[in-house]
Ligand binder design. Structure first.
Ligand code: 1HE
Length: 267
């Protein structure tokens, strides 16, 4: 049975729900009537959730109520913003999504319906994306006369390349779930209604990895991938040495040699 996380001093807005499945914490966007449009309150709630992850949480699942993951930035909050408050607002998104990408644990995102604008920026900050067949992706900022502001120009080209990102913004085109899988917007494509279960299954498996390895994958891998190869190889050697020096890694290798651990072909 999932436990509510609300007793963990986590003051979340009504647009978010949090619960716990063993070592996996689940955060649900819960504003389906507004297609999970992301207002400031929700962003700050996401920040509070990732800042206050309880002890023992080894992986997070991010999912959504309703037919759509997220319609992006709450456009009803945009009107009043002048240039400098727009800059601060974008930097607030950066701060929050940085916490998702570079938080303590891996994040698996379950997508369906609209994954649009800031919704795609949020999904791109996760480490794995599981998309239901109903999923579609778009960056309507281009046709709305604005620009991405939630880190999308950094994170989305990393997944699909600059040319596809420019196409999304220039033409307002949509990618469907199958195209999204092919180009790397999601790593998994699943039937409608099964995204959360698939994400939970992956997260439960990820939570069984050694914490030092998960930490290295979240913290070191993207830094190494962006470094020049000379520094990259050196960082890799350091992280490899740190992880393999742990008792946990030694026990896992001993277990394999003694026939107690699963084989690669067991999955
Ligand atoms: C919203 C928003 C929103 C829906 N902000 N309220 N994002 C966009 O440009 C996407 C805009 N949304 C849509 O294109 C459609 O809503 C959907 C394709 C996602 C869903 O369509 P549908 O027919 O199911 O719903 P709907 O009737 O359009 O919307 C239902 C309600 O949600 C309606 O409010 P209501 O009070 O009239 O019922 C909509 O106004 C509301 N709603 N989307 C506010 N986005 C960090 S910078 C990021 C910059 C961006 O993200 S720009 C992209 C913004």
């Amino acid at each position: 049975m999932p436990d509510s996380l609300s007793h963990h001093a986590m003051d979340l807005p009504s647009s978010l729900l949090a619960r716990r499945h063993g070592a996996v914490a689940v955060l649900i966007l819960n504003r389906p009537a507004k297609r999970n449009a992301l207002n400031d309150e929700t962003l700050l709630g996401i920040e509070a959730f990732f800042t206050n992850l309880p002890e023992g949480v080894a992986c997070v699942v991010l999912a959504a109520e309703g037919d759509h993951f997220s319609a992006g930035l709450d456009l009803s909050e945009m009107g009043e913003r002048d240039t400098i408050s727009g800059l601060r607002h974008s930097r607030m998104w950066h701060r929050v999504l940085d916490l998702v990408e570079f938080g303590p644990v891996p994040v698996v995102c379950a997508l369906r319906g609209a994954v649009v604008g800031g919704g795609l920026e949020l999904a791109a900050a996760a480490h794995l994306r599981v998309a239901e067949r109903s999923t579609f992706y778009a960056l309507p900022e281009g046709v709305r006369g604005i620009f991405v502001g939630g880190g999308g120009s950094v994170r989305v080209p990393r997944l699909i390349g600059v040319a596809r990102m420019a196409d999304l913004m220039l033409t307002g085109r949509r990618y469907d779930a199958t195209e999204g899988l092919a180009i790397g917007l999601s790593q998994y494509l699943v039937d409608d209604g099964t995204g959360l279960d698939h994400a939970l299954e992956l997260a439960t498996r990820i939570a069984q990895n050694a914490p030092q390895t998960n930490y290295a994958i979240v913290q070191a891998l993207p830094r190494i991938a962006e470094a020049n190869p000379r520094e990259g190889y050196f960082m890799e050697a350091m992280i490899a040495a740190i992880t393999q020096g742990t008792d946990d890694a030694k026990e896992r290798m001993r277990a394999f040699l003694e026939g107690r651990a699963e084989k690669v072909t067991d999955r």
